[in-house]
Design a protein around this ligand. Structure first.
Ligand SMILES: Nc1nc2c(c(=O)[nH]1)N[C@@H](CN(C=O)c1ccc(C(=O)N[C@@H](CCC(=O)O)C(=O)O)cc1)CN2
Ligand SMILES: NCC(=O)N[C@@H]1O[C@H](COP(=O)([O-])[O-])[C@@H](O)[C@H]1O
Length: 218
């Protein structure tokens, strides 16, 4: 097997998607290894979870840089370089990245968003999905572009929205899906099967969203 890609995961909180990536990368044939977890928040619960797996962690507190976003990102970039990371996965990382960082890592920087982009960009996606009365909702893994939640889509998964759903019950169903979607999408990128083609992504040998990620047909 070719060299496994060295992945750094960036978090701001709980880190459940980070754990799904760490667990997936424990498989000997998985094309990536998680070499570092970085948080912009010292109190992120995900840090202790990563340490529990023996993964190196770092805190780069954005508050220490005031309004100087680029200074924060230069410190982040230096820590990624020190770990020899060549792929970065955002997992509940709640900082808008500037064009400087995005251009430096473009095509090697991915994010998971709890909605079927381009629908419901931004925050509170489950509340908004229920308010709109959509019947299918889900999650998207995309390459990160300077424009928020607008980068080329790598893989998506869908779940049904039930009449009795609340934002919490729908959010829980989407999160369970995320934990299967993100390891799949990172596999596509790290193995080279997902290829950027301008504003879109082509996926070699097989669908980007295997049946298991699509809500059961009625
Ligand atoms: N240039 C980009 N940066 C980021 C993207 C992206 O697509 N392009 N994705 C996000 C993740 N994200 C939604 O998926 C997101 C992150 C942060 C925010 C936000 O409003 N952040 C505020 C601060 C909030 C806080 O610290 O709690 C901010 O940065 O001022 C919205 C959506 C990751 N970055
Ligand atoms: N806009 C980005 C965003 O909303 N990301 C979402 O934050 C949660 C992080 O959970 P986690 O810390 O348990 O992985 C996930 O649901 C992820 O999709």
């Amino acid at each position: 097997m070719t060299e496994r890609r060295r992945v750094a995961v960036l978090i701001s909180g709980r880190g459940s998607n980070m754990v799904s990536l760490i667990e997936a990368a424990r498989a000997p044939d998985y094309p990536a290894e998680i070499v570092l977890v970085v948080s912009n928040r010292p109190d992120a619960a995900g840090l202790a979870r990563a340490e529990g797996y023996g993964i190196a962690t770092a805190v780069i507190d954005h508050k220490a840089y005031g309004r100087d976003r680029e200074a924060f990102e230069r410190a982040l970039d230096a820590r990624l370089a020190a770990a020899g990371a060549d792929l970065v996965a955002l997992a509940g990382f709640m900082r808008l990245l500037t064009p400087w960082f995005v251009e430096r890592w473009f095509g090697r920087l991915v994010n998971i968003h709890p909605a079927l982009l381009p629908a419901f960009k931004g925050l509170d996606t489950h509340e908004r999905a229920l308010a709109e009365g959509v019947k299918l909702h889900g999650a998207t893994v995309h390459f990160v572009s300077s424009e928020m939640d607008a980068g080329p889509i790598i893989a998506q998964g869908a779940v049904p929205v039930l009449d009795a759903d609340t934002p919490d019950s729908l959010g829980a169903r989407v999160l369970e899906l995320e934990h299967r979607l993100y390891p799949h999408a990172l596999d596509l990128v790290a193995s080279g099967r997902a290829r950027l083609a301008g504003r879109t992504v082509s996926v070699a040998d097989g669908p980007a969203a295997p049946g298991s990620l699509i809500a059961p047909a009625f």
